[in-house]
Ligand binder design. Structure first.
Ligand code: CO
Length: 211
């Protein structure tokens, strides 16, 4: 059997399983979505957002990219963020990194990966911000783990610096921003940082809203 056929067969079994919960399961799900959370995670196949959090369909709005980055010129991420914050009215935005992240490892190397160098460059920038602390860590895995954590915190702060996030903070006192790290070696999530509405990272990123 071709590998992809397994996925299609699994889907049939999954439908049967869900219909056990009620014959209207899918027709009700199709009516609308009302997720509480936006999850910004890594594309890594070992970090499935719903599985590690026990979330059900309809609970998480999800954006994933290499190394769970929040880059202020990334219109895909920004569109997902604006839609989820302004239209879906999510209460929490979670940036979830993971130890052993290939993107972070690649950014710490001097290898040339072609086009993706320009994406990884943003992680190199986080390294430079914390170079003194990171260079002092002798063990390579420990240094990678620390950069994974510092990168998550940096991306959460990037969320706090976005004008429409700040406007929603002012108008609706949400969303709360979270930075988590998933440990593939144990399965546990590590809660690193929580930023409440109005907690600005630096004054230079702060907007005044006149209306
Ligand atoms: Co990763």
């Amino acid at each position: 059997m071709e590998a992809y056929n397994k996925l299609l067969l699994n889907n049939k079994a999954w439908v049967e399983d869900k219909l056990q919960l009620g014959e209207d399961y899918f027709s009700e799900m199709a009516l609308e979505q009302n997720p509480t959370f936006l999850w910004i995670g890594c594309s890594d196949s070992r970090v499935p957002a719903e599985d590690v959090t026990g979330a059900q369909p309809g609970e998480l709005f999800v954006h994933r990219n290499i190394a769970n980055m929040v880059i202020h010129t990334d219109y895909s991420m920004l569109s997902v963020l604006q839609f989820s914050v302004e239209v879906l009215k999510v209460k929490h935005v979670i940036v979830c990194g993971h130890y052993g992240c290939g993107g972070v490892k690649a950014a710490m190397s001097k290898s040339d990966f072609g086009l993706i160098n320009n994406w990884l460059r943003h992680i190199k920038d986080v390294y430079r911000l914390h170079a003194t602390q990171l260079d002092a860590i002798v063990d390579v895995t420990e240094r990678q783990d620390k950069l994974v954590e510092l990168n998550v915190i940096e991306q959460v702060q990037h969320l706090a610096d976005i004008s429409f996030v700040q406007r929603t903070w002012e108008d609706h006192q949400r969303p709360v921003l979270h930075g988590w790290v998933y440990d593939m070696r144990t399965g546990y999530l590590n809660n690193l940082i929580k930023v409440d509405p109005g907690e600005h990272s630096h004054d230079v990123y702060r907007y005044d809203f006149l209306t």
